[in-house]
Design a protein around this ligand. Sequence first.
Ligand SMILES: [Zn+2]
Ligand SMILES: [Zn+2]
Length: 176
Amino acid sequence: MFKVMKVKLFNIDESPTHFEFQFTRENLQKLEERYQFQTMECVATLTKKQEFIELKGTYRVRIKTFCDLCLVPVSTELDESFLIGLISENDQKIPEGDLELSLNSFETDCYQGEEIDLITYFEDQLILDLPLAVTCSEDCKGLCSVCGTNRNESNCNCLDESSSSPFAVLKDLKPD
Ligand SMILES: [Zn+2]
Ligand SMILES: [Zn+2]
C-alpha cells in the first residue's frame, strides 16, 4: 500500500497496486462551496490493462452542508466505490474491438503525460455521488416565505400564499 496521490505510470503494472491517501477540502476546486468536510479517505487500485489503466476507487467522507429547505446544518456520510478506465490523452487511436468490449461496462476518463493525478477522479466521482437534494428530514416543512420562521420549530401566523397560488411569486416581484 503506497501513500501517494500522484502515481507515475512506471509504478503501475499488470498486477493491481493499491494507493491509499486522504485529502482535505482545500484540495478540491470543483466541488460547490456549500459542501464541506474534514478529510476524505481514499483507496485507489490501479491495474495496467492492454490499452488503458483500470482505476478502482473507494472513498469515505462525511459531508457537511445545509438543508435545501430550512437551511439547518445537515451532514451525510458517503461510502462509495467506483470503477473507471483511464486512457492516455496522447493515445489518439480510436477505441475499437477488444478495447471497446472491455471498456463498455464502465466509465472512461483521460490522463495526461506520465503521471496519474488521482484526486481529480475522486473529486469528479464525489460530485456524481452527491444526493440531488439534501434535506434535514423527509418531511421538512422549510422556512416561511413571508417571515422566514423555521416551520419545523414553530408556526407563524402568516398566510401562506406561495403554496396556494403559483402566482404568489409574481406578486412579490411587483413594486409597492
Ligand atoms: Zn430542513
Ligand atoms: Zn411566517
